[in-house]
Design a protein around this ligand. Sequence first.
Ligand SMILES: Nc1nc2c(ncn2[C@@H]2O[C@H](COP(=O)(O)OP(=O)(O)O)[C@@H](O)[C@H]2O)c(=O)[nH]1
Ligand SMILES: [Mg+2]
Length: 423
Amino acid sequence: MTITVASPKYVLFLAIIFFFLFSLATFIWASTIAVYFRPIVKYDHNGEKFLAYLPHSGLSNQRNELENALMLAIYLNRTLIVPPAFLGKLPGWHPGNSMDQDMTRKTEPQSWWYRCNDKYAINDGPCNEKTDYLTVPWEFLHEDMIELDIPMRHIRHVSTKKIQKLLSLDDSEIYQQQDKSMYSWVLCDKPRDQCPPVRVGGGNKYDDQWVIEDLQKIPHTLIQLQGMFGSNRVGVSGQEHLELRTKVQEALTYKNPIIDAVTANIVNEMGGKHSYLAVHVRMGNRQFLGNLQNTIAQEIAFLEHELAKMECKQPSSTNCTSPLKIYLATDARNPRTNADLAPLFERFPDAAILDDFSHLLSPLEQAAEVAQPPQESVARFMLPIIESMVSAHAKAFMGTPGSTYSRYIARLHSVYQSSKYSD
Ligand SMILES: Nc1nc2c(ncn2[C@@H]2O[C@H](COP(=O)(O)OP(=O)(O)O)[C@@H](O)[C@H]2O)c(=O)[nH]1
Ligand SMILES: [Mg+2]
């Protein structure tokens, strides 16, 4: 049978080809070209003003920045542009525009043909680089953030240029802070004459001191700050501010059904809430190595002391009210064969680690629904969070001095001691 040019089969064939090409062109247009060449519409913000900052470092450092930024947004009555939480590796603070550039590159949405399907990581390029970090919205980790009475806009693409486009701002409407160092400024939330003097170069951590009024005077629609990290960087004093910070900190307690369920199953296998002891050994960064032996010795002494309080000579001794288990949270690879951790395992050979619960971790893959960039497996990025939560549900906890990650676990631990969290 021959198909002639005018035959219905030929027309149908052409129609299918045309439909296919049209769909493909529309898809390419919608996912790439239209995004970059959208006409600029000038929005009227009706007096609404914005505050943005750039995240850096590990998860607890980022949360500290978020907490500072939320307090500052309250003081200035500005809407906070909230970046996502970065799990995995995120570089520390760096000067100039490089942090903004790095963020822009890391969070840029990828074109549809470039979606990290390269399982074997053969090609160079942003997809392969991205496999060592993952972003999720902060609200995914802390669902109570939604209860906070602070205007927020959550973004996924962290870039000053992108925020400028999103808010349709001219250059003149943006106040761009250029930090001289990681601790460039500190904010005092009192009248200037009541603020402690900052002696530049006099051993002070911060270079400069601002008061709220200084920032309130800035007329620009967007204040774009750089780093926000530092304990007490945004001052909190007086009853009203202290109460607000308590609310912010409460909202930044982990709350997510997937994470909660995985934690509950591990805690259950550990014997239940408040029934075991936990320590956190932070050793993955050079800054913790100098004091590591000391830290481990202190943690062993802490565990001995806690056991003695309960008249337990060994975690499993029969005269204890109930045999006690020990949980070790750590960023060490292969903790059981790590030479630095040997003294701990020699003294407590049955101490549990996260690897012992690998059969309970697969539900964490559900985080893929909100995670970017797309990855083969996302569960591994969630593990440090599970470590924190399991440790925080212990009867007693000790962390690594100087680690903000440990400090946050200690905070969670005291929250979880309250009746609200005990069954
Ligand atoms: N798997 C695992 N990772 C951890 C643990 N503790 C810390 N980390 C990792 O180390 C980072 C801690 O960084 P950061 O928040 O800057 O805290 P700090 O450096 O300890 O003050 C986290 O984002 C985790 O990726 C742990 O117990 N287990
Ligand atoms: Mg750190």
